[in-house]
Design a protein around this ligand. Sequence first.
Ligand SMILES: [Zn+2]
Length: 95
Amino acid sequence: MSGDKCMFFNCNLSRRTSKNSFYSFPTNEELAKKWILNSGNMKLVSLSPKRLKKRYICANHFDTKMYNEPVGTIRRTLKKNAVPMEYSLGKICYI
Ligand SMILES: [Zn+2]
């Protein structure tokens, strides 16, 4: 399992080839659990928090309301408690 890929279920975007933003899993354990649940990728449950921090979910899976307002030219950042959309409801990656 490569750490360069989006961990979301059925999403194969790679950080190397996609221009999408990628967001690493939160350090907060409770929040990280929600990310795993919503990602639909249950393989992540077995990862240690340290390894999980090196996994990413791409911008396709976050609702616009999960982002902070853009400041100048700085790329969008996620709100502190942002969680990805649930995979069953989320849209499929097209990029
Ligand atoms: Zn993705």
